[in-house]
Each structure stands twice: as structure tokens, then as C-alpha cells.
Design a protein around this ligand. Sequence first.
Ligand code: ES4
Ligand code: ZN
Length: 350
Amino acid sequence: QTSDPFIERIPKVELHVHIEGTLTPELKWKFAQRNAMPLKHPRTGTVFASLAELQDSHDTMKASNGDRMDNAKETMSFFEAYYGGFLVLKTKRDYFDLAMHYFERAARMNVRYCEVFFDPQGHTRTGVTWEIMMGGFHEAQEKARKDLKVESTWIMCFLRDESPESAMEHYVAALEYRHMIVGIGLDSNEDQRPPMLFEEVFARARSDGFRITAHCDVGKTYPVEHIRQTVSDLGGTGADRIDHGLNVVDDPALMKTISEKGLGMTICPWSYIRHQPFDEVFERIRTLFDAGIKISIGSDDPAFMEDTWMHENLLVARKFCKLTDGEILKLAKDAVDMSWASDEVKRNIL
Ligand code: ES4
Ligand code: ZN
């Protein structure tokens, strides 16, 4: 099912989308062409000769599907495809176009407000300056507000597979752009990287007035301890939200703490379907919902998951969690509630 008038009509808030995860193969190809860069497969070194070849290997759903892995040697793993995308972003215009492409999609889905993740370390390490990156984002954001009535702000994520020192350096550099940034997050490969490794920078961000969140349990099952740290410790007294964290359903006491603290969780169904049994994913989401925990549906990396944007994520959640119109409305309201928008912006959303 692809059409659902109620879901189409309802005003939306998106709180979990990586701007780099909205880089479609078409945009990647366009930027590579105009920056005169050959696009290579990050592992095999093969140069993609056409957009069609790139599109083929960009399909990380295929790559992560166990038994199709063998005969899909040329496909890229998620992180290969994702970080490969950073290489084609060179100019302020690239950053502007990337963000504008997302805001235009958002407007078409009636997304009125969004908090968009970006990964500055992934950009500075390819030689891009803050001015180029934030300048392009800012111009797009202003145009989207004016022309599309899409309100937005940014959440700066640290790459947890980089060092805490690098996170701190980027934090300090970002202060010049703090008017654009509402919160600080943590993403990338979670293996052996508990959130509290980054406590110094999160505590500082907290005391400087930023909201904080962290990705937990994404890709495969990581220790519930990562969620516990995020809930109770990060930034001194715990984060303001949790990104993902589905495996908390294995720990009813922690679920109770999340519920009592009123912490919202951002949930991206298409991201989990790639790695986890289908039924289990939706049972878990339903369990969180029924426990009264605030959840907000997001798209994570829509361009890397078979083109599944906010709309498609809501559709699949609706279908397999058997959500009524009333329950869809509750999700939409909880998303507003969980957001870090000012009261005035919140009033204008729904
Ligand atoms: C990500 Cl850990 C993770 N999962 C999905 N998308 C991402 N973007 C950056 N980190
Ligand atoms: Zn994410």
C-alpha cells in the first residue's frame, strides 16, 4: 500500500533523519559529475561508469540481506555507501542542493518542522570547511522556511568511531554556528563505543544549553547498557531523547525509567527491517507505544533504504503495528511534544 490519505494529510514533524542519508544516487552522481570526480566503489575500487551502476550498488538493503550478499559482491555495506557520499560534497552549492532536496521532499509529505542530523567530522576529514558546509545548510534552511513553510534546525552528531578529542575539537569549532544548532547527538558504528566515552563533550554541551541525544542499538543488537547510559548518565543526568534503542523492551525496569522521565524515542522502522526479524521489529515498536512511551517515526537514511522517507516509514508502522487514525495522531502529537522547537513554533505545527 502506498497511499494513505490520513497519513498524507496530517502535519508532520521529523526528528530522525541524517542529511547525508538523503543523498540519493542521483544527487551523488550529479555532484560527482559537476565536481569532476570519478565515483569509485570504496572496497573494490571499481569506477562506476553510469548512474545505473551506482544505483545498483547503492542498494544497501540488498547488501545487508544475508543470502543475497554472496552474489551481490559489488553492493556496498551501509557505511561504505554512506561515507562514500561525503566524498562528492565539495562546494557550498552541493550542501545547499543536498539540504534543499530534503526540504522539498519534506514539504511534499507535509513535514512542517524537522530536526536534521549532520556529521561534521565526516565533512572536515574530506577537507570541507565549516563555512562551506554550514553556509550551504543555512541558505537552504532559510529558503525552505520562506518558500516551503518548512521550519528546521540541526542536530550535530559526533561519530562515535572517532575519538572523544575529535568530538571536542568539532564541538568548539561549531560554537560559531550555534544559532543553527539545537542539539548534540552521537551516531556511526556503535561497536565497543558506549556513549559515556564522550561524556566530557556531552556534559559541556549540556551546560552550554544544547539538548542531547544518542543513537543506541542500531544495526545489530548492542548492549542495553548503552541505552542505560544514555537515559541516566549522559551529560550529567541523562539525555533528552533516545534515538532507536528498540532492545530496551528486554529490560522492563529501564523501560519504566524512560517512561517516568518522559523521554521520547525516535524510531525508524525501515532501518531495523534490514537487520532484524520483521515481526519482532513491529512487536517491539508496539510494546513501546503500549507502554505509553513517546515515540516519533523518522526515516534515518531514506536514500539508502530503498527510498523510504517519512511517509513510507509511517505507512509500514501503521500497517504492521496496526495503528488506528487516532494512534497515528498520537504519534504526530508526541513528535511535536518531543521536539526541541520553541513553544511558538510548536503551536504553529499542528
Ligand atoms: C548512522 Cl549508526 C547509523 N545508522 C544509520 N545511519 C547513520 N548515519 C550515521 N550513523
Ligand atoms: Zn540515525
